[in-house]
Design a protein around this ligand. Structure first.
Ligand SMILES: C=C(OP(=O)(O)O)C(=O)O
Ligand SMILES: [Mg+2]
Length: 557
């Protein structure tokens, strides 16, 4: 068995497919016996890579097909090939020759900017593939899946996950990455079981059968019949939970809205028939990613209107641009920041790019008017009541009616009452709140124990925020990953949180857990968790108070 940190409750069995990183290449490594042989091997490598990518593009769909098709064209590019082979003929080591030619093209592309600059990643991917082929190493990158598989990687970049064939991806397993990192968030969004921080996963041979249990954070290699049967019964139990479409409510009828986190209009459209009460976090920065400039106001209006239309009369909480630190955007990145997580990020960008925020707020107000809806709008990374007031002014000036801020900085939790005097609601971003409370980079998977949202210090800050909400009679939601943990969700409700927003795939488990516990029991759990001195003890204390069926069906331990 291999252990890691699980994301989601699902379990699956399937064969391993490894995602290989770029091959480690010594540029002086010789290919073939002499220059003529190297010429032949390299020419053959270009042909093989172009042909394989072409075949894969033909077999793929959507974005994946486009990405593969463009990369195949680049591998077949006559100039790239001719220049490399000319250097090889002149006696240069073949891989070094390829590297130098690719570097030359990359520099040209980067200088040209725009579309061409974005192709540099494809160009380097062609180089890695051709070099790997010539040296007889496995092809790098996300392989094209031929059957339903468990995809294993050291870590996956957002671009890698875009290249996954979701219909055939049973689970994602990574050696690195944290539970609030990109792979985990995307897996949650797509409802794919995921385990991160699994030491030894990349050593598993291709095709090895593994059982992936996201609830337990465990991989079982060559599972026996008993493990397979347990996986199947979990699948059936979770499928049954998915049939309950009632609103979120405790066993004694206390309402807690269950909302979805989304990043794109497509995510919103997938919710049209989903049993969620709305969207509690629309991460609008996704629309800004991978571009040289912000989308225009009209483009933003169109996207926001699509989201609002998909949700109809359901609630939508839209978050304004959260750029910087773990979500860098080239056009607003502040040069020379040594600690970007503590720098000009999130709402603070208003200091250097106020028009960006004003444009976005206008776009939201126009989309709201167009669709006859009333979205709530909140700012990320607010640190003071003053900032909350200024954001509320800007939003109201633009025509937004309901304005809030995220609680991600401990200072805001500590002064929640002051902040709630300025805005209509707050939403706890527990991913960043844990990062800043525990002074622990959320992207450093190896520090996951410190980042654990069960840390009593983080729960204390949630409690303070909820107290502020109660005193002001204003809603306090949670939209960090902690809302998707069914046991922790009960604690959050016990602390006084009024809505929970999570990956849509997590909603059925949380709904089920809520429905089996009274508000009083949630409060007992919250008190027990806060009395504990460690994250592990906090969870254990709550588990002891949890309903037996819930423990069993959701494999809570
Ligand atoms: C919801 C949050 O925002 P993000 O994960 O996008 O930073 C959070 O920080 O908890
Ligand atoms: Mg955040």
């Amino acid at each position: 068995m291999l252990h890691g940190t699980g994301v989601g409750r699902g379990a699956v069995v399937g064969p391993v497919v490894q995602v290989h990183g770029a091959p480690e290449i010594d540029p002086q490594e010789q290919v073939g016996a002499d220059a003529a042989d190297a010429h032949r091997v390299m020419a053959e490598a270009f042909d093989a890579v172009a042909a394989r990518l072409g075949e894969q593009a033909a077999a793929a769909r959507g974005t994946l097909a486009e990405v593969l098709g463009a990369t195949a064209q680049m591998a077949a590019d006559p100039a790239l090939r001719a220049q490399t082979l000319a250097r090889v003929d002149a006696g240069e080591p073949a891989v070094a020759a390829l590297d130098a030619v690719v570097d030359g093209f990359a520099a040209m592309f980067e200088q040209a900017g725009g579309y061409l600059a974005e192709r540099v990643t494809d160009l380097r991917s062609v180089r890695d593939r051709v070099a790997a082929h010539a040296l007889g190493r496995p092809a790098p990158g996300v392989p094209v899946l031929e059957r339903a598989s468990v995809v294993v990687a050291d870590d996956l970049a957002p671009a890698d996950t875009a290249g996954l064939d979701l219909a055939l991806t049973l689970a994602l397993v990574t050696e690195r990455g944290g539970p609030t990192g990109h792979t985990a968030i995307i897996a949650g969004q797509l409802g794919i079981p995921c385990v991160v921080q699994v030491r030894g996963a990349t050593d598993l041979p291709e095709g090895t059968e593994v059982a992936v249990d996201a609830a337990a954070g465990v991989l079982t290699v060559d599972p026996d019949d008993a493990v397979r049967a347990a996986v199947e019964s979990r699948r059936v139990a979770l499928a049954q939970l998915g049939e309950d479409t009632a609103p979120g409510r405790t066993a004694d009828g206390h309402d807690v809205a269950l909302l979805a986190n989304i990043g794109t209009a497509e995510d919103a459209e997938r919710l049209v028939d989903a049993a969620v009460e709305g969207v509690g976090l629309f991460r609008t920065e996704v629309l800004f990613l991978g571009r040289d400039a912000a989308p225009t106001e009209d483009e933003q209006v169109a996207t926001y209107a699509r989201v609002l239309t998909a949700l109809g009369r359901r609630k939508v909480v839209l978050r304004t641009l959260d750029a910087g630190a773990d979500k860098p955007l080239p056009f607003v990145t502040q040069p020379g920041e040594e600690n970007p997580a503590l720098g000009v990020r999130g709402y603070r960008l208003v200091r250097v790019a106020e028009e960006l925020l004003r444009t976005q707020l206008r776009a939201v107000a126009r989309a709201a008017e167009q669709t006859g809806t009333d979205p709530w709008v909140m700012a990320p990374m607010v640190a003071t009541a003053d900032e909350a007031r200024r954001f509320a002014e800007l939003a109201r000036e633009a025509g937004v009616r309901t304005v809030g801020v995220m609680v991600e900085v401990p200072a805001v939790a500590l002064r929640a009452r002051d902040v709630l005097a300025e805005v209509d609601f707050v939403s706890l971003g527990t991913n960043d709140l844990a990062q800043y409370t525990m002074a622990t980079d959320r992207l450093r998977g190896e520090l996951a124990d410190l980042l654990d949202p069960w840390q009593p210090a983080v729960l204390d800050l949630v409690a303070l925020t909820a107290d502020g909400g109660r005193a002001a009679d204003r809603p306090v939601g949670v939209c960090g990953e902690s809302a998707s943990d069914p046991l922790l969700a009960l604690v959050l409700v016990g602390l006084g949180v009024t809505s929970l927003s999570m990956a849509p795939s997590a909603v059925p488990g949380v709904r089920f857990a809520l429905g089996r516990h009274t508000l009083e029991r949630c409060r007992e759990m919250a008190a027990a968790a806060r009395s504990a001195r460690t994250a592990v003890d906090a969870r254990a204390a709550c588990l002891a108070l949890a309903d037996a069926d819930v423990r069993e069906v959701l494999a809570l331990g």
